[in-house]
Write a new protein. Structure first.
Length: 234
C-alpha cells in the first residue's frame, strides 16, 4: 500500500510543466546562431505561461519560477546571438576592391545570385542629374556626378528585387554610393523593380565624387548582405 503524500505538499500543475518545457526549448533556440530568430515565440509563450502558472492557486511554484527566470534570460540572450549572427554574415560577404576587379567596361560579370551585370559606359564631370521624381528640379552634386550606364539580366531561377543604387564606385579602395534621388531604371521612376528570370533591365546610376577625380571601378551589390563585385573603369 502506497503512503499518501504529506499533508500540505503541493504538486506542480500541468501548466507549470508546460511553462518549464517552453522556457527550456526557448533557451536552446536562443543560444544557437541562426535559430535565435525563431526563439522569440517560444520565449514569449514561456513568459506568459509561467506567470499564469505562478498565479494558479494550490500548485507548486518552483518550476514556474524557474521557467520565468529562464525566459527572461533567453529574452536577453536571443537578441545578442541574433545581432552577432547578422554581423558575422555581413563580415563574411567580402567588400569589392579595385585589385579584385577582373571585368572591364562592356564585359559581363555574373553575381553569386545569378545576375549578369554589364556596365556599358561611365561618364564623369556632370554638373546635374535628372530627378527621378517628375516635375522636380535636377539634382545638383556637391562635387561632380559620374553617370553609370548599366544592364542587369536575371539569369537565375527566381525573381530578383533590384534598386538602381545597388551600383556604386571605388576610388582606390574608398567606396562611393549612388545618389538615390537621381539613379533610375530606364522608363521607370520607381525606387525598385522586380526582375523575373530571363528578363533584363537597363538604367543609370549617378555617383557624387569630388571635382577633378574619376572612378577607378564600379561596384554592384545584389542586396544588403550580398557580396559585391567590381568592374574596372577602363
Amino acid at each position: 500500500m502506497s503512503t499518501p503524500p504529506p499533508s500540505g505538499k503541493k504538486k506542480t500543475s500541468v501548466i507549470g510543466w508546460v511553462a518549464l518545457g517552453l522556457s527550456v526549448l526557448g533557451f536552446i533556440f536562443a543560444v544557437i546562431p541562426g535559430l535565435s530568430f525563431v526563439a522569440w515565440p517560444l520565449i514569449a509563450a514561456a513568459f506568459i505561461v509561467s506567470i499564469v502558472a505562478l498565479a494558479k492557486k494550490g500548485s507548486a511554484k518552483a518550476f514556474p519560477v524557474i521557467a520565468l527566470v529562464l525566459s527572461v534570460i533567453s529574452g536577453i540572450v536571443a537578441p545578442i546571438v541574433s545581432i552577432a549572427t547578422v554581423v558575422n554574415v555581413a563580415a563574411d560577404n567580402t567588400t569589392a576592391t579595385v585589385d579584385e576587379a577582373t571585368t572591364k567596361i562592356g564585359e559581363v560579370v555574373k553575381t553569386d545570385s545569378g545576375l549578369n551585370v554589364t556596365v556599358s559606359a561611365v561618364t564623369c564631370g556632370l554638373a546635374t542629374a535628372p530627378n527621378t521624381f517628375e516635375g522636380l528640379d535636377p539634382v545638383v552634386p556637391q562635387g561632380q556626378f559620374c553617370q553609370i550606364d548599366f544592364t542587369v539580366e536575371n539569369a537565375g531561377d527566381k525573381e530578383a528585387i533590384l534598386f538602381p543604387n545597388y551600383f556604386g564606385g571605388l576610388i582606390g579602395d574608398v567606396q562611393y554610393a549612388a545618389d538615390s534621388s537621381s539613379s533610375k531604371f530606364t522608363g521607370d521612376n520607381s525606387m525598385s523593380i522586380t526582375l523575373n528570370p530571363g528578363l533584363s533591365v537597363t538604367g543609370v546610376a549617378f555617383v557624387d565624387i569630388a571635382a577633378g577625380q574619376t572612378l577607378d571601378a564600379i561596384t554592384f551589390s545584389d542586396g544588403i548582405l550580398g557580396s559585391e563585385i567590381s568592374i574596372l573603369n577602363k
